[in-house]
Design a protein around this ligand. Structure first.
Ligand code: NAD
Length: 351
């Protein structure tokens, strides 16, 4: 473990096996310096145990950074369950996972992620109260997507402000990839602000619905990288900024809600050299975790969510300004600020 390339001074990496249900799960607590670790539970049919470990180590570190940038009282953690999310689920499996979470005594809060649903989390809740993202219950915060989307919209304005001298999006063209929960709500905000939209998705129904209510122009999924637009907003998949797409993109900025947009961290430097201003994904998409943090506090408040989101967008602005002034990639600046916030909470821990 200590020699693993993705090990980053994680506080705890906990392996669970339950013979009765076949549960194989790892919960990684990267940092509790800022509060209990929080991050979703992913169920995936990993090819090897090492692939599973790499995923949970990286994802939990990413949650530490995201939560630190959102300035919420949460550290970073993540859980992965090894199995097929289509064929391998059972109530007993998620109850066993719930007991694993419970055994960590609140140092880790779980939630849904890829392959895991809100109803699976309701099963987990029967074994532990350290669960968020529920649809029912006293402080349940429900779907975080509208808050994520509002953050994405406000973040696009900040990118525009630095590129064009004004945050006004009236008449600007935004290319939106993915019009699911986050992308769909983001399109509504953008259209209301007078932006011209070019949208794509692999789901024809979702595309038609968003085009109808926003007047967006539709393009084929592979054509979104070539369109004439001011800003590209990825809201579907990860790794969409890579060597191939970089050569095609004509935009001046990238700002969207998708996780892990850059295929590798170094892509941030290539974007900088090409003169594309990139809003680091884990900063601009922090609205959802802010909503979850409000739920974990046990006292959900819309006002607190709004004020915390506004602070996050200010932080995004500071990241963009520092990067522009010092000629650094925006994602490197964000990583440095996140690490220093975590280190300041527990001096001497992070390198
Ligand atoms: P979603 O499933 O509701 O929407 C994703 C959309 O992308 C779907 O409509 C899907 O058809 C489309 N899509 C898939 N492959 C595509 C392709 N090749 N080309 C174009 N479109 C494609 O998911 P979501 O909740 O809106 O999340 C979108 C992204 O934002 C994900 O990367 C997610 O991890 C990230 N994110 C979401 C939240 C949140 O609050 N939901 C918070 C932070 C980050």
């Amino acid at each position: 473990m200590f020699d693993h390339p993705s090990f980053d001074d994680h506080e705890g990496v906990h392996t669970f096996f339950d013979a009765a249900t076949g549960l194989r799960c790892v919960i990684a607590v990267h940092s509790t310096a800022l509060g209990p670790a929080a991050g979703g539970c992913r169920m995936w049919n990993y090819v090897t145990g090492d692939a599973m470990l790499t995923d949970v180590l990286r994802l939990s570190q990413g949650m530490s950074y995201k939560n630190a940038m959102a300035a919420i009282p949460l550290g970073g953690g993540k859980a992965v369950i090894w199995g097929d999310p289509k064929a391998g689920k059972s109530e007993d499996l998620f109850r066993a996972f719930g007991r694993a979470v419970q055994s960590l005594n609140g140092s880790y809060y779980t939630a849904e992620d890829v392959g895991v649903s809100v109803s699976d989390m309701a099963t987990v809740r029967q074994e532990t109260r350290f669960v968020a993202g529920l649809s029912e219950g006293d402080a349940a915060s429900g779907d975080p997507s509208p808050v994520t989307a509002r953050g994405v919209y406000l973040g696009i304005r900040e990118v525009a402000r630095r590129l064009f001298g004004t945050a006004d999006l009236n008449g600007r063209t935004i290319a939106v990839q993915g019009v699911g929960s986050v992308g769909g709500y983001a399109c509504d905000h953008l259209a209301a602000a007078g932006a011209r939209l070019i949208i794509t998705d692999i789901d024809a129904e979702a595309l038609a619905a968003v085009a109808k209510r926003t007047g967006a122009k539709i393009v084929a999924p592979n054509d979104i990288y070539d369109v004439d637009a001011d800003i590209f907003s990825p809201n579907a998949l990860g790794a969409v900024v890579n060597e191939k797409t970089l050569a095609r993109l004509k935009v001046k900025g990238i700002a969207g809600g998708a996780n892990n947009q850059l295929i590798v961290k170094e892509m941030g430097e290539f974007l900088r050299r090409k003169g594309i201003l990139y809003a680091p994904d884990y900063v601009i998409n922090g609205g959802g975790i802010i909503n979850v943090a409000a739920e974990i506090s046990g006292n959900y408040s819309r006002e607190w969510v709004d004020a915390t989101l506004a602070r996050l967008i200010d932080t995004l602005g500071s990241v963009l300004d520092e990067a522009l002034q010092s000629n650094q990639p925006t994602n490197y600046v964000a990583d440095r600020i996140a690490r220093s916030r975590i280190a300041a909470a527990r001096p001497g821990r992070l390198r």
